[in-house]
Design a protein around this ligand. Sequence first.
Ligand SMILES: C[S@@+](CC[C@H](N)C(=O)[O-])C[C@H]1O[C@@H](n2cnc3c(N)ncnc32)[C@H](O)[C@@H]1O
Length: 161
Amino acid sequence: MKAPIVHYAPTPRRLIKPMLDILNLSPEDVVFDLGCGDARLLIEAARRYGSRCVGIEIRSWLVKIARRRVLRSGVADKVDLIRADFFRVNLSHATAIILYLSTKVNEALKEKFDAELKEGTRIISLDFPIPGWIPDKVEAVHDGLRERKLYLYVFKKKRKI
Ligand SMILES: C[S@@+](CC[C@H](N)C(=O)[O-])C[C@H]1O[C@@H](n2cnc3c(N)ncnc32)[C@H](O)[C@@H]1O
């Protein structure tokens, strides 16, 4: 199945901290943002929690912006950026994954997650659940204009549904 294109919409600034806090990050974590945009979440993950980060972004103009921001942020040693389709990148090193995509893309990612993720990898998704998976936590957050939802999943190899 070819996943539909997801347009660029940056995570609102005031949601960055709650999204990262719910992942309970540490310097031992390897955080992947699938469709990282300008890398705002990864820069904060590296700064606040010392985590190693990998951003994958298909749009080259966004990768350029992300590279500039990472260089200026002082955490370039912790953040790697890859210009690619995330469906073609191996995710097996991730211990935490950030998604702000769509329900359809999350559905399309399930097979890849089942094949590549380690037991216990945390997945946070803004606004869109992973269809058919029961979230370990759902948190309502306010972005200043409206209420949004964060869905947290702790990946299990033998998920019942
Ligand atoms: C809604 S934006 C979220 C950006 C960023 N994660 C954030 O929260 O600020 C979704 C991003 O995913 C990127 N994207 C969509 N499909 C992709 C794919 N197959 N591979 C890599 N990036 C993709 C888009 O270009 C866009 O920048």
